[in-house]
Every structure is written in C-alpha cells, then in structure tokens.
Ligand binder design. Structure first.
Ligand SMILES: Nc1ncnc2c1ncn2[C@@H]1O[C@H](COP(=O)(O)OP(=O)(O)OC[C@H]2O[C@@H]([n+]3cccc(C(=O)O)c3)[C@H](O)[C@@H]2O)[C@@H](O)[C@H]1O
Ligand SMILES: Nc1ncnc2c1ncn2[C@@H]1O[C@H](COP(=O)(O)OP(=O)(O)OP(=O)(O)O)[C@@H](O)[C@H]1O
Ligand SMILES: NC(=O)CC[C@H](N)C(=O)O
Length: 550
C-alpha cells in the first residue's frame, strides 16, 4: 500500500452556468498538475458557485450531470480530480445534492454530499438543494479521502464521522465569499477540525467575482496548526502538498506559502476583482463614469483602471454653472495620472432646455431640490447615452454611507450597472484612496504613484448642485455618520444603545429615519461587491414600507 499521496490545491475562477468553460479549465488544470495523484477543485466547480435558482431547473441539473460524465471520461489519463456538481441520485428527485464527485480513470468513482446547507447572509442553499447523509470516505490509491463540502467544515460532526470511518485526510472544497474577518474564521474552523481529528486538512476556495460576491481564494493546507501550503488571494493558482502516512500519523509536506494582504490592500483587491469580473463576465470590456473631481469618482476610476486597464476606462467631466475650477482641474489631474480618455460635456444647455420645458408646470414655485436633482439626472442620462452608443458599462459611485441615507438621486447619479463602492463607508473611501496613492496590488493594471490628487483628499466633499454646497450642510460629519451607521447596520443596534456610546440621540434617530426611508432607493440601486459582514443586498433584508422608529 502506498504511503504517499500528492494532492494539488487548485484555485479556479469559474463562471456560473458556463459548464463548457468550467470543464475546460478543470481539464487544463489536470493536464498541468505534474505528478499530483489528486486535484482538489472548489465547491460546485463544474456548475459555478453559487448557481442559485438555476438549480431548480431540471435541464440545468441534467446538463451538469452530462457534462460531469463527459469530463470524467476526458480526464481518463492523469491524476484523479474532485469536481463539484449538483447531483441527483435518481431521476425525478425534487432537488439535487450539492455534491463533490471523485473522477478517476474515466469514471465517477465516489460522491460526497453536502450535509449543512447554509441559509444565512448571502446563502440560501436549502431553497435549492437537499441535505445529504453523513459522507463516507472515498477510496483512492489505497487512501481514504474525507471530503466535506464547504459549510460541513464549519461544524465538528462531519469531520468526526469521517475520522471514525477511517479517513486519512480531510478535504474541504469551498465557495467561501470574502468579507472582513473571514480569513481568520476559515483558519480557526480548519484548525479546529484538524485538531479534533488529528488529520491534515486541505481547504480549497474559488477566486473571482460572481454578481455581488467576491471569492478571494486563499486556499491552504493545515497539519495541526502548521500551515503547509497557502495560495494567493484573488489569483488563480495551484500548489501541491504531499500527504505522508505512517502507522502513527498522517502529515503534510512540501507546499508553497503565499503572502496575504491585509487591511486596505485586502479590501482593494476585492473591489478590483469584483469590478473586473462583473464587467468581463457580463460581456463588456469597457466602462464609462462621470469624473467630478471628488473622491468617490476618483477612487472608482482608479479601481476601474487597475481592474480593466486604462484603455478600457472612459471618464467624462459634466460641469454645470456650480462646478468649481478646482473640481475641473482635480478631475483632469486624476484622469492624467490614470492615463484614461477624458471628455468634457457641459450640462448647462440641458439644464436650460429642461427648465424651459418644465416652466409652465413649475410656475410660481421657487427652485429647490428638484433643480438640484435635474442636474444629477442630466449627467446620468448623458452617461447612459454614452454607454448605449459606445457599448461601455456605466459605473456608479455612491458609497455605503450615501446609499445608507439616500444621499443620491434616483435615475441620476444612481444610474449605472455596477457600483464598486456600494459596501464601502465614506471614511473607508478616504483610507483606500490614500493607500492606493502609495501602493497597489502587484497584479493591478494601473500606474504606480499618486492617482487621487492630494487636493481631492483634503477638500470638503460637495455635490456642487447649488452655490457653496457641502455634504455637511445636510449630513453630520462622515466619521460621526459612519460610526452611527455601523451601529445601525453592522450591529443592528437600537437608537438608545447607539446614543449611549456618546452620540446625540436626536441625531441617531434622524440617521435611522434616513436609513429606513432610503430602502426604496437601495432596492433600485446597482449591485456592488460585498466586502463587509452586512452589505445592502441579501445580508440585510428590510421592508420598504416600515413605520418602526425604536
Ligand atoms: N417610498 C418610496 N417608494 C418609491 N418611490 C419613492 C418613495 N419615496 C419617495 N419616492 C420617490 O423618490 C423621489 C425622491 O428621490 P430623489 O428624486 O432621488 O430625490 P431626493 O432623495 O429627495 O433628493 C436627492 C438627495 O441626494 C442628494 N444628492 C444628490 C446627488 C448627488 C449627491 C452626492 O453628493 O452624492 C447627493 C441630494 O442633496 C438630496 O439630498 C420622490 O420624488 C418620489 O418620486
Ligand atoms: N461635474 C461632474 N462631472 C462628472 N461627473 C459628475 C459631476 N458631478 C457629479 N458627477 C457624478 O455623479 C457622482 C455623484 O457626485 P457628487 O459630486 O454629486 O457627489 P459625491 O458622492 O461626493 O461624489 P464625488 O466624490 O465623486 O464627487 C460623481 O461621483 C460623479 O460620477
Ligand atoms: N458555500 C458555503 O457553504 C459557504 C459557507 C461558509 N460558512 C463560508 O462562508 O465560507
């Protein structure tokens, strides 16, 4: 009996529903896996993760099965491969399992079925999958593989029963999306399972963006608390570790160690990945955005350039009579530093035309927010026209603080297909911009050096929709606003509880009212990358009509 098994951790960027492309990427990984005995690919690597209600279609589940059988046949020669795929044991089953298939020598030789189906945060797997019975180890080259599918690693029972059934190693294919703090959580659960069973553990996660979720990769192998292998964050890759079995123990050898970014670098990598993959996987190569000379659009432009390359980012200045000279020069400096195309389209003719059109209906009413919103809407309309004509996707720029309180105009600056800052508070926008001026991910396509001019970082934020306007005319300072919002959103704390932290109770109440009231806007807003533990999407499901005030 062999006492060595070489395991390849394969971090892939798959696409939901692209069964052919996903199969090709798995096949290619097998061809390049050197002397590995077994490749471990991420959760649902053939169907893409998360497939959501696609799983309710029998045609989709049947197509996955067909493709899995063809893939097993195509991988007849070479190492065995663990492939994730929805799977029904018999025809006519109401729902499939979320399964991992062991493909070896032309056939599917074993199946592990996910037991714990997550239904919290962005997950809703019990809606589409059935829970499997506790898995049995699968045999390969005389070894027993204890395969536990993603969430099954987050509880002790599955690994315990695999150990009792004689497993030599624990293998956990994952579709684990990024959010702050998740790296530590994954490592803790992995080390706990390894510690409880005394078995080495292989954790393999996917990379890439899928709608609002960003998969950061960061696959690893642990032997006790020793990290035997770690793959990079946000990049595809493969690493091979050797499982050695002796009478007394199972251990891991070899493997490379990637360095993992922290703090701003970590979040920036997620925003970059989300923007790149949302745009590209939706079939676009170029984006367009309004560059105001303010910090939000400057940071979005930098993220877009780092994600897609300067030649694929089109910035437009859309000045009005309220636009300051410094906004014009700041926008220009930013576009220059990033090396992007920048056009200038004054909106004044449009403002005059619309004001004329509306003058009879508006008769005798003084100017108010209506006229401010008109400017925002003209910009939104112009940018969407460019999107239609030139085939670029429009990026929108509202940060989490603004999305929280409704500080954005519907069908105006909220226009756009994707919002890179949707889950980033304004104080984090400043920190990320400062960080990007000094550093960037090695794989970013944009230039080094300052891309957000210093004056953009220091001037008071303003929408410039009327004379001498600043955000702080209608909102509290962003550090105060963000601290209150974190309490209300991230912690679900009540008004009194937050006020007890030293905030004015009337202010907390006002912020909560704005937050609740703006739900109708958020429901109409563009998607954006989840980076927090509670993003405006599936993590936080509030009613639109809501009279609660406590
Ligand atoms: N519950 C509900 N369900 C569905 N629709 C609802 C609704 N309540 C209002 N509405 C509709 O929404 C309209 C009000 O929304 P909207 O037209 O957007 O206008 P509104 O929210 O009143 O004003 C826009 C706000 O965003 C700020 N802003 C604008 C542009 C840029 C920036 C910036 O610096 O980032 C800030 C601006 O200063 C102002 O505070 C109502 O007239 C009504 O048509
Ligand atoms: N003069 C302008 N030229 C081009 N785009 C603009 C202009 N003004 C606003 N926009 C677009 O509308 C978005 C909302 O801008 P606004 O200045 O009203 O508020 P903001 O949230 O502070 O954003 P920013 O920090 O980018 O200025 C901007 O990010 C930008 O995309
Ligand atoms: N796909 C899953 O089962 C993921 C759930 C898991 N707790 C994670 O976030 O990593």
């Amino acid at each position: 009996m062999a006492d060595i098994l070489k395991l390849a951790l394969v971090q892939l960027n798959q696409v939901v529903g692209d069964l052919e492309g996903n199969a090709e990427r798995i096949l290619k990984a097998q061809a390049e896996a050197g002397d590995a005995d077994l490749l471990v690919t991420p959760e649902l690597s053939l169907s893409g993760y998360p497939p959501e209600d696609l799983v309710l279609r029998t045609s989709y589940v049947a197509a996955c099965r067909r493709r899995a059988e063809e893939l097993a046949e195509a991988m007849r020669d070479g190492p065995a491969v663990l492939v994730g795929c929805p799977w029904c044991d018999e025809d006519g089953a109401a729902h499939p399992y979320n399964a991992v298939l062991l493909m070896d020598r032309g056939r599917i030789r074993g199946i592990a079925r996910k037991v714990h189906l997550p239904d919290y945060g962005p997950f809703d797997e019990p809606r589409t999958f059935v829970s499997g019975p506790g898995p049995q180890p699968m045999e390969l080259r005389g070894f027993k593989l204890g395969v536990m599918v993603c969430e099954d690693m987050w509880f002790p029972e599955v690994s315990r029963s695999l150990k009792e059934a004689g497993a030599d190693v624990l293998i956990a294919p994952h579709g684990s999306p990024f959010r702050k703090g998740v790296k530590r959580e994954r490592r803790e659960h992995a080390e706990n399972r390894a510690g409880e069973t005394g078995l080495p553990l292989i954790f393999v996660n996917q990379v890439g963006g899928q709608d609002e979720l960003i998969f950061d990769g960061g696959s690893f192998a642990v032997d006790g608390s020793h990290m035997a292998s770690s793959l990079p964050l946000y990049r595809k890759g493969t690493d091979i570790v050797t499982l050695r079995r002796s009478e007394e123990k199972r251990s891991l050898e070899g493997g490379k160690r990637a360095s993992w970014p922290e703090d701003e670098a970590l979040v920036y990598g997620a925003l970059l990945t989300g923007t790149r993959d949302y745009v590209r996987k939706s079939g676009f190569s170029q984006v367009v955005l309004g560059l105001s000379g303010g910090i939000d659009s400057a940071l979005v432009a930098a993220i877009a350039v780092d994600a897609l390359g300067a030649e694929n980012v089109h910035c437009v200045r859309l000045p009005s009579r309220y636009t300051s000279e410094s906004s014009m020069t700041d926008a220009e400096a930013c576009a220059k530093a990033l090396g992007v195309r920048m056009d200038t389209i004054p909106i004044e003719p449009g403002v005059e035309a619309l004001s004329g059109m509306l003058s009879e209906v508006f008769a005798a009413r003084p100017p108010d927010l209506t006229e401010e919103n008109l400017q925002s809407r003209l910009r939104g309309t112009a940018l969407m026209a460019i999107s239609n004509k030139l085939g670029s996707m429009m990026l929108t720029t509202g940060n989490k603080s603004e999305m929280a309180v409704g500080y954005a105009t519907l069908y105006g600056d909220m226009n756009g297909g994707y919002n890179p800052l949707k889950d980033v508070y304004k104080v984090e926008v400043f920190a990320l911009a400062r960080w990007r001026n000094q550093a960037k991910p090695s794989w970013a396509l944009g230039p080094d050096g300052v891309v957000v001019p210093e004056s953009v970082l220091t001037k008071p934020p303003s929408a410039e929709l009327r004379d001498d306007q600043t955000d702080q005319d209608s909102l509290p300072p962003y550090d105060v606003l963000d601290a209150i919002l974190r309490g209300l959103i991230e912690e679900e704390a009540g008004v009194t509880e937050i006020a007890a932290r030293g905030f004015d109770e009337a202010l907390v109440k006002r912020v909560q009212t704005m937050l609740f009231r703006a739900e109708y806007k958020r429901r109409q807003s563009a998607p954006g990358p989840k980076v927090s533990v509670r993003y405006f999407g599936r993590d936080r499901r509030y009613p639109i009509v809501n009279r609660f005030e406590g």
